[in-house]
Design a protein around this ligand. Structure first.
Ligand code: SAM
Length: 361
């Protein structure tokens, strides 16, 4: 069966000998036999997969999101039908933990998991809507994307006496870079150290623009590893912000082994801001604390202590909240991720204090 590399070679030939890096990344991750789309051994989040995301740490993250959902539902005027769109849902682990939590708006919740990969959609649980493409015309909705934007295809630019766009061609079996002189996008700094590189997040920015355009009365929430500015990233060695992963380890060069390794980029806040200025920007640590992670951990400790002499599965799960919280709040890891929120129309004044009034779970 042809591999992702074979499909890429055919695409390069069909395009006349070269494609942009963005097209290369898109094929390598989402094309035929791509990292996320191949049927066997598909790239996936989770302990047995290639990377661990916050939902995969354990059910605590979903329990906090359930509390945040009650807040957003209240802000949106407690609609009868309240839609949560989990975009780039992977195997939908977040859905399992949100739906196993107790929260006020649960009877009103319509949970839609959007996942491009059929192999990942096949793992989705019952009780949710599982789709390949974002629904349009969303109303009374929260659109949520955890570690999606870092995985969307981006242009790669190289400063070589001026900005040139990185394209990819073939040299025998290998994929190699060619630099193409083009008008640089406005987000790039006017000059940079010779040889420096910078990403232009075309697909992430298009996704945000499209999502905001199709959302009426709702919130867009993006959680990812972010850096503040394109200028700053252009002064940072590219290996620090253009990373590959396979089986929980850093992978090889981004042009090697297409389809066999993940390709990710640091998300640039200034480029998203140029589409729309976020309503709030917090760290994941601040976000989880705002929505009561400390209460949930204290409750976990209490339940564990009450049952320590004859622990059951439920008590063990409660005890694991302590170590899950450590991972989720780690200021050198997931806790340092950025949470960006864009609110759209009809929202009543924020009522962050409602976090204090939630029923314990
Ligand atoms: C890093 S994983 C994150 C999975 C999950 N959100 C989590 O936090 O565990 C990114 C996921 O986004 C999916 N994805 C990428 N582009 C997408 C798109 N345009 N629409 C829907 N899903 C997409 C990938 O297939 C992959 O499963």
């Amino acid at each position: 069966m042809p591999s992702a590399a074979d499909h890429l070679r055919a695409a390069i030939q069909a395009a006349g000998g070269q494609i942009s890096f963005a097209e290369f990344m898109s094929h390598a991750l989402y094309g035929d036999e791509g990292f996320y789309t191949r049927e066997s051994d598909t790239g996936r989040a989770g302990r047995r997969g290639d990377f661990i995301t916050s939902p995969e740490v354990g059910p605590l993250f979903g329990a906090v999101i359930a509390r945040a959902l009650d807040n957003w539902w209240n802000q949106l005027g407690r609609p009868e039908v309240f839609t949560f769109v989990d975009v780039g849902a992977g195997p939908a682990t977040l859905a399992r933990s949100v739906l196993s939590s107790e929260f006020e708006c649960k009877p009103h919740l319509r949970y839609i998991a959007v996942e491009i990969s059929a192999a990942q959609r096949a793992m989705h649980p019952t009780g949710i809507e599982s789709v390949a493409v974002m629904p349009t015309a969303l109303t009374n909705a929260v659109v949520f994307a955890n570690e999606l934007l870092d995985n969307l295809a981006f242009e790669l630019w190289v400063y070589d006496g001026g900005w040139k766009q990185s394209h990819v061609t073939t040299d025998g079996d290998k994929f190699v870079e060619v630099l193409v002189v083009q008008e640089p996008p406005a987000c790039l700094p006017t000059s940079a150290p010779h040889g420096s590189r910078a990403p232009v997040l075309t697909d992430a920015c298009n996704w945000l623009q499209h999502t905001l355009a199709h959302l009426d009365n709702g919130v867009v929430v993006v959680i990812d590893y972010c850096s503040p500015s394109t200028t700053m990233i252009a002064h940072t060695p590219w290996r620090e912000w253009l990373r590959t992963y396979v089986g929980h380890e850093r992978g090889g060069h981004y042009l090697q082994n297409p389809g066999k390794q993940d390709i990710t980029v640091q998300v640039l806040i200034d480029q998203l801001q140029a589409i729309a200025v976020p309503t709030t920007v917090r760290t994941q640590e601040q976000f989880l604390q705002l929505w009561g992670i400390d209460d949930l951990v204290a409750q976990g400790k209490r339940v564990w202590q009450e049952n320590a002499s004859a622990p059951n599965l439920a008590a063990m799960k409660m005890r694991s909240r302590v170590s899950e919280a450590e991972a989720l709040l780690d200021s050198a890891g997931l806790g340092a991720f950025t949470v960006l929120e864009w609110q759209k129309q009809n929202l009543s004044a924020r009522d962050d204090s409602s976090a204090l009034h939630h029923k314990s779970q």
